[in-house]
Design a protein around this ligand. Structure first.
Ligand code: RIB
Ligand code: CA
Length: 300
């Protein structure tokens, strides 16, 4: 069966994760996105939990999207989960069904390679919502397959904004700086969405109410995930929706301000610094428009 021209075939690489889950629910419900597979990586929480959560999210969405487990640790260092925000179950304790099927494999890199080789060159997009370990391993293990990727859209980094795990370090990049350095240097069609943009897309109590009011399961789950996000941070009026920016940019680029920057990764600090690798960087967005698009996508 051929995919209609207006539909983007996507592999989602992710560490679900509260905001990952919202991004995945939006993508799975979008008519313009065909999620060929979900590949998991250790990040917010350990690999067994991110992989189980990918299956739980698919079960809630009522889809049988293949899930492939990937890297259990960053390149050359120990994993450092972020349970303080995402909880021990990685989904803030929000009720999700159990996975309806086991992961298709424990070789995410091999699965990405097989999908790329089974489709025409430049017909598959990667949406990266966590540390870039799996993509870096693909570039090392199967560079010819990686060259078949049409574009990569990744949430990560902090350019002019302060970091969230260090003065200039953002979680996804800093969790695996070696992988990020390999990916930035690979010459892919790469769009990065750093905290400079994602911190502008915020959900507040009124947004939670609007999601609940749709009565639609994915929107209600997103509302409960955001509520859990709030409990992890005392006194916050709103919470940033980092990972949903990835599928939102893929389908609504007009709502983002995208520039080109030459960047590199400081391995020691995990921060992005000025460097030779010219990539596209989303530095701003139209938050009211994107909140409406996300509500519409989750709520219908
Ligand atoms: O810094 C935010 C990023 O780190 C998001 O992807 C969040 O899920 C965590 O992985
Ligand atoms: Ca994530």
């Amino acid at each position: 069966m051929t995919t209609p021209a207006h539909v983007n075939i996507v592999i989602i690489d992710t560490d679900p994760g509260i905001d990952d889950a919202i991004a995945i629910l939006y993508a799975l419900g979008h008519d313009g996105i065909d999620v060929a597979a979900i590949t998991t990586v250790a990040g917010n929480i350990g690999l067994s939990v991110t992989t189980r959560n990918a299956g739980r999210i698919c079960a809630l969405a009522g889809v049988d999207t293949p899930v492939h487990a990937g890297a259990a640790a960053p390149l050359g260092r120990e994993a450092r989960p972020e349970t303080g925000i995402h909880g021990n179950d990685g989904l803030g304790g929000v009720e999700f069904p159990e996975p309806t099927t086991a992961p298709r494999s424990h070789d995410a890199v091999g699965a990405i390679q097989a999908i790329l080789e089974a489709h025409p060159p430049q017909s598959i997009d990667l949406h990266c919502l966590g540390p870039l370990t799996n993509l870096a391993l693909l570039l090392q293990r199967a560079p010819a397959a990686a060259a078949r990727i049409r574009r990569v859209i990744a949430m990560g980094g902090a350019v002019d904004e302060p970091g969230n795990v260090g003065p200039k370090a953002e979680f996804n990049i800093a969790h695996d700086p070696h992988a990020a350095a390999i990916v930035l240097a690979a010459g892919l069609d790469f769009t990065l969405i750093p905290l400079d943009a994602t911190r502008q897309l915020r959900a507040d109590a009124a947004y939670i109410t609007a999601l609940h009011a749709t009565g639609h399961t994915p929107a209600i789950a997103a509302a409960e995930l955001i509520e859990a996000y709030f409990t992890a941070t005392d006194g916050a009026e709103s919470r940033p929706l980092h990972d949903p920016c990835v599928p939102l940019l893929a389908q609504n680029p007009r709502h983002f301000r995208i520039i080109e920057r030459g960047l590199a990764v400081d391995i020691e600090s995990g921060a992005l610094i000025e460097g030779p690798h010219r990539i596209k960087v989303a530095m701003g967005l139209d938050a009211p428009a994107l909140r409406a698009v996300l509500l519409q996508g989750l709520g219908t």
